[in-house]
Write a protein that binds this ligand. Structure first.
Ligand SMILES: [Zn+2]
Ligand SMILES: [Zn+2]
Length: 285
């Protein structure tokens, strides 16, 4: 039986690093690809140290401060309109967000997630020491200054805190440090999770949180998804049940990329893909 396809990680034109393509065009592309449900996950970055670089959303082609909620009003209005428009086509369309977590931004996260009816709130660690380890350009500055041991301590301490906030339904690309870290540290970076990720997964399982299988690593030349099979196996062993799949599309051409393979991988581990409605998970097989 063929799995039902979803894509739960999409950056439409509200994200500053996405192509200026409207959500409607992603919906048409989703129909073309036979996706049953998609979730838009606009970036929200809140680190005050990086406010001039990151802390924006795009509204009608203009950057506005991400805490200026006018973009959220339009975002939800637009998604509601699309849900209506694509109802007949049987395409599920969900309102999500990808929040970059760092210590000290908890109040600002609350202002966003408590005031809007999100279906799905994803947490991500993009920055350590106020440097974007997700960025090809910036990450060398962090990696050159830090030993593998220090990266391990920084990343997993931040992840543990992110989980403990209780803000997030799911953690995005949990081994993101591998994206550019592999070039700097070599294969040693592939095992830094051992011994430290297990208790974090236990806590996530206790909270019934989800873990994302993010396929964007493949288009960046890595040979495994985020996270690796080894980490998925640990998550399953620690009792995680909720998994989502996402392409991290920043253009419609990236929508749905490698989703079939990600679903096949979940099946291999006997795990279920999930969808979210108003922050409640439901398996979709
Ligand atoms: Zn991300
Ligand atoms: Zn993303």
């Amino acid at each position: 039986m063929k799995s039902i396809k979803t894509d739960y990680h999409i950056h439409p034109n509200y994200s500053i690093d996405a192509s200026p393509v409207q959500m409607k065009d992603y919906c048409y592309q989703a129909l073309e690809l036979g996706l049953a449900e998609i979730c838009f996950t606009t970036h929200v970055e809140l680190d005050p140290v990086r406010s001039e670089m990151d802390n924006f959303a795009v509204l009608d082609g203009e950057r506005i401060p991400v805490l200026n909620h006018t973009w959220l009003e339009k975002y939800f209005l637009e998604i509601t309109g699309l849900q209506e428009e694509f109802k007949m086509e049987n395409l599920g369309i969900k309102a999500g967000v990808e929040i970059g977590y760092c210590r000290g931004v908890e109040k600002d996260i609350e202002k966003i997630i408590n005031n809007y009816p999100f279906d799905y709130v994803m947490g991500a660690i993009h920055c350590l020491d106020h440097i974007a380890i997700s960025s090809r350009k910036e990450s060398p500055r962090y990696f050159q200054a830090k030993s593998l041991h220090a990266l391990r301590a920084d990343y997993f301490t931040t992840l543990k805190e992110a989980v403990a906030t209780g803000f997030f339904d799911c953690i995005a690309h949990v081994d993101l440090y591998r994206r550019y870290g592999i070039q700097h540290y070599g294969p040693g970076v592939l095992s830094i999770h051992r011994g430290v990720i297990e208790p974090i997964f236990r806590e996530m399982a206790r909270r019934e949180m989800g873990l994302e299988i993010n396929t964007s690593s493949i288009r960046r030349g890595l040979n495994e998804f985020h996270p690796t099979r080894e980490i998925i196996d640990l998550a399953a062993k620690e009792g995680l049940k909720v998994f989502t799949v996402g392409s991290d599309a920043h253009t419609p051409g990236e929508l749905g990329e490698y989703i079939d393979e990600a679903l096949a991988l979940l099946e291999e581990f006997n795990l279920s893909n999930h969808v979210f409605t108003r922050r409640r998970a439901r398996p979709i097989i």
